[in-house]
Structure formats: structure tokens, C-alpha cells
Ligand binder design. Structure first.
Ligand code: FES
Length: 372
């Protein structure tokens, strides 16, 4: 692994910003930050970037990147995510990934762990092509899925696939702070060799007797069973689950089953959920897609009833603004010029000219035209 110098302290940062306020005067019409970027892209203050300082293959299709962020970075809370700009084929794409390292890491770096998903061009690119020395634009850490600061927690983590990443960050943080209480963790993966961060989990379980790891392999007769999530299974593995703070992250089907179980038991207040995708509702069988016109770009494309307009635009060769891709950040907002679109989360139709359309969670409902 490459060794790099620790980050600058908050104090030196404020001296730095005072100095650059003076030097900006001489750098006009640019700013000092633009010249510093030529020396070291991490010293810029007009945009935030990170340098890839290590890459590590976790499984055959997942990889951990260690990133050293630039001066404007502020620390994250365990469980939060970050936006990354990924250059592919001359275009800049944005994706959001959970930070898998704890905030207590003392070299100023953080890690993200990315699994290459089917048809996921960008995730495949990260897993296969990103290398040490690359610089990537990043956002600031975001998200409400994190542990409370001071109050004691009695956690039960329920995760699947790359949903392990926020739980790993939280676990590592609790251990680093010496706050690890009796913790249960139920993790689902198709096979043992598919477990993202599997080696780390195993080591944590060996080193910390309070951490009870239950691995469930859904496609093989595994160590502790092969079934999917159920209340019976959870009660067998963690009998006091109703007394616990539950943090769940994984695919929509798992989260829906967990939500239903906690709703039925009247315990939904103790359940915290992190989604990687917006929960879409069922689309009526008689719904239709239509011809989509992206007015400003002069691009026409065919959109079906369930493909988000953002993807329709990307597949037509456009690169519209976007961030989370799940209806949270509103970076993808545009205006409806004519026609009708459907909000895939609620199933509601939007047909009023001038309505704001979030292209990542809306699909065509007949022909439509967008101000994009
Ligand atoms: S990309 Fe974030 S709301 Fe659409």
C-alpha cells in the first residue's frame, strides 16, 4: 500500500484559506486554487477531488478503493455515502457509494467498496479499470443512515450483498470508539465466495466476542442455513430482536420483507433502512411508455413504461445531470414541456405543463417532451 502524509489540520486549513484570500487578488480573473490544481489537484478549493491511493479486490467482482480526499473534505459519519464522478469514454458519470471505512481512520483517507452489478457499466469500470493515481471528483458525505453519537446502541445489522458496506463502517467505528455492545449481524450472500468484505467480517467475529456474525448463503446449503429472511429465522438467530436498534441495507425485496415484519410486530420505530435504489411501485398492466423528446438536446428516444427517463436519455447518448439516481438529491430535476410521465415510486401521473420531473424516478406515460 502506498504511504502518504497525513491530512492538514483544521487550524492549518483556516490559515490556508486566509492566505488564499490574499493571493486570489493577484490571481484574478482566476483563483489561486486554479493554479494550485496544476501542482496538486487535492489542494484545490474550487472543487473537491480525491486521489486513488490503493485498490484491493475483495471478490471476483468487487473492489475496495482507498481515496485521499482534497482540502475541502469534511469527515463522514459511519454509514454515510459519497458521490463520485467517474469518467468513462470521455463522459462524466455520477454514482453514489457508501463509505466502508470508519471516520476514526487516522490517515485522512476513506474507502468505498464497489460490486460490479449486471448491466452496470460504471460499476464494472470501477472494478476493472480505476487505478492508483487516478483523481476522481467527489461530493461531501451525505445520508441519514448512521449511528447516534453518544447514546448506547444495541445493534442488529441485517444486510445483503454490498449492503454490508454501511454496516462495516458502523461496526469498525463502534470498535474504534470502544463502544461495541452485544451486536448481532445477519448477512445474506448467494455463496461464501460472494461475501463482500467477508475476510474482515470473519476477523471481526474472531477478535470480538460481542460481535455475533450469522452468514446465510441463499444459493447453497450454507453454514447456518440457506433460507431467505423470515421472522422465524431472525428470532432463531437473534431472539431479542424486538429490543434492538436495527440497521438494514440490501436489495429492495429483502428490505420490503424486513419492513413488513417490523410493521406487523409494531416495532417499525426501531428499524433504520438504507436503500440503494428507490422503492418503485407496481405499474398498472395497461400502462404504456411513449416517445420521449429531449427538447434542448434535440434528441428523440423511445421510453417504456418502467425505464427511468434518466436512463432513456443516457441510452440515447446524452449525459444529463444526476446524482443519487433514487429521487433524493433533485440534481436530475427538469421541466415537463408537454405530455405525461409517471412517478415510479408512487405510480402517480404528472401531466401539467411546467411540472418538475425527476428523471431518475419518472418514466414515460405516453409521449412526452422534457426541457433537457
Ligand atoms: S439523481 Fe438524485 S433525485 Fe434524481
Amino acid at each position: 500500500m502506498l504511504q502518504e502524509t497525513p491530512r492538514k489540520s483544521v487550524h492549518s486549513k483556516s490559515i490556508w484559506s486566509r492566505m488564499s484570500a490574499i493571493t486570489d487578488y493577484f490571481a484574478w480573473p482566476l483563483r489561486t486554487s486554479h493554479y494550485l490544481e496544476l501542482v496538486n489537484p487535492l489542494w484545490t478549493t474550487h472543487k473537491l477531488q480525491a486521489r486513488v491511493v490503493n485498490v484491493w479486490d475483495e471478490t471476483k467482482d468487487s473492489r475496495t478503493l482507498t481515496l485521499r480526499p482534497g482540502l475541502n473534505w469534511r469527515g463522514h459519519r459511519a454509514g454515510q455515502h459519497v458521490r463520485l464522478g467517474i469518467p468513462v469514454g470521455g463522459k462524466q458519470y455520477t454514482r453514489t457509494y457508501t463509505i466502508s471505512s470508519p471516520p476514526e481512520r487516522d490517515d485522512g483517507c476513506f474507502t468505498i467498496t464497489v460490486k460490479a452489478i449486471d448491466e452496470g457499466t460504471i460499476s464494472h469500470h470501477i472494478v476493472r479499470n480505476i487505478k492508483v493515481g487516478d483523481y476522481l471528483p467527489i461530493g461531501l458525505p451525505q445520508g441519514e443512515f448512521y449511528l447516534p453519537d453518544a447514546q448506547p446502541v444495541l445493534p442488529l445489522f441485517i444486510t445483503a450483498g454490498s449492503g454490508i458496506t454501511p454496516a462495516a463502517s458502523m461496526m469498525r467505528s463502534l470498535i474504534a470508539q470502544g463502544r461495541l455492545a452485544d451486536t448481532h449481524h445477519i448477512h445474506y450472500a448467494p455463496h461464501e465466495f460472494d461475501v463482500v468484505l467477508g475476510k474482515d467480517l470473519k476477523e471481526m467475529a474472531q477478535q470480538h466476542s460481542r460481535y455475533h456474525l450469522h452468514r446465510i448463503y441463499t444459493r447453497e446449503q450454507g453454514v447456518q442455513g440457506s433460507a431467505h429472511f423470515s421472522e422465524t429465522q431472525m428470532s432463531a438467530l437473534c431472539p431479542d430482536w424486538k429490543e434492538r436498534d436495527v440497521y438494514a441495507c440490501g436489495p429492495p425485496s429483502l428490505l420490503a420483507a424486513i419492513e413488513k415484519c417490523f410493521d406487523d410486530a409494531g416495532c417499525s420505530r426501531q428499524l433504520h433502512i438504507e436503500r440503494f435504489r428507490a422503492p418503485f411501485t407496481e405499474i398498472p398492466t395497461d400502462a404504456i411508455g411513449g416517445r420521449v423528446r429531449f427538447a434542448r438536446s434535440g434528441v428523440d428516444a423511445e421510453g417504456d413504461k418502467e425505464t427511468p427517463l434518466l436512463r432513456v436519455a443516457e441510452e440515447a447518448g446524452m449525459n444529463p445531470p444526476h446524482g443519487c439516481r433514487m429521487g433524493i438529491c433533485h440534481t436530475c430535476n427538469t421541466t415537463l414541456v408537454s405530455g405525461c410521465v409517471r412517478d415510479l415510486r408512487t405510480g402517480k401521473l404528472l401531466n401539467e405543463v411546467g411540472s418538475i420531473v425527476q428523471t431518475c424516478i419518472c418514466a414515460a406515460a405516453g409521449d412526452c417532451e422534457l426541457d433537457l
